[in-house]
Design a protein around this ligand. Sequence first.
Ligand SMILES: [Fe+2]
Length: 417
Amino acid sequence: MIESFERAGTRSGTLDLSRLLEPVGLERFYAEHFGRAPLVIPRGDATFYDNLLTTDIDEILARDDVFYPTIRAYRNGSTVDPQTFTYTYELGGEFHRDVIDGGKLLALYEAGATLMFRGVERYSRAIMALRAEIETVLGTGTDVSMFVSPPEAHENIAAHYDGVDNIVLQISGRKRWRLWREPYENPLIEQPFCDVSSLAVDENLIADVVLEPGDLLYTPTGIVHQTDTTNSSSLHVTFGLNVPRWYHLLSRAALKIFRDVRNDERYRHALPLPAWVPGVEHDLDSAEYASLVADLRPRFELRDALRVLDDEHFRGKYPSRPGQLTSMAALGTLDADTRLIVVQTVPIRVTETTEHCLVEFHDNFLRLPRSAHLLVEAVVSGEPMRIGDLPGPATESSKIAIAKKLIREGLCVLAQA
Ligand SMILES: [Fe+2]
């Protein structure tokens, strides 16, 4: 069964969030569904996600460099003990532990288990590009997982909710989804999860749908869900969106206050007497306490906290840089006719100062001459550009020199002819 999920070739770049959300559209998605209500898009087009997955699953399972917990297995509402499908081998005196045993996983699948693959973007440039685009448009951290279930897989993963929003793409086969009301509004991934077994009952049912190949399902955080297959196997990919909430913003602002007050000697004074000493009562209404509390308010900087949050998102994950090695190998052949294209998986910030053009990316930056600003802006616009046609620096050799720097950092690569 698994062989039928094989995909060949790539149509990378053609599938973006706007296309995914057709015919609902981004605007209506924001207004009516994002963080609010589930959405099902029955597409009626089984080929819609063709070429999204560019690696055969058998190929992944045949590798000896895939480690638990990259792949998990679920059966009858429980996680399968990883010791039953992992092994250790020794190579040159080094031990490689928790290596996934593809044969044993396939046997589990045949016996009815659902397999979950995490970090699927590593196996597909199209998914890598789509994840980067979703992260940019929605401003969320995003994890991509793939679920493979055999026919007649019932409740392999017990009814649960996730502390993230989910966008589910049904790639092949069919899957029945039942959705129930959330245990409470907008649960955070940072909060302890509660038992929802009593919530997955008819009076809380929101939707009972069967996703067909090409369909999309969106669920906001907290929606309780459970899936089943019937007479068909199923493969779907889930983009888990860790949406920044007010809690995240305020917690960054509060953390900054805690760090600040350590440097203010008034907050380092000993309390009059520890409150647990028998007979001691703190006067919480005293003028001293009131002024210490009042002086916290001006330290509360939402704008700074927003910058911190933005920076965490910007630098959060080590970005993949597909095509970097090949392009670096061709550095010596660059000329005015060479065409460049930006690497969409690397978030880039470009700032023009009075003297320089500053290009920031992940945990590093490039300080280029100010004249490079237009050139870098043109490259990051996304269109393939001929080096000779790039604006900014006056001479061809300067353009090539800057192009080389961008390629070395994996920010752009040579565009295919
Ligand atoms: Fe889930």
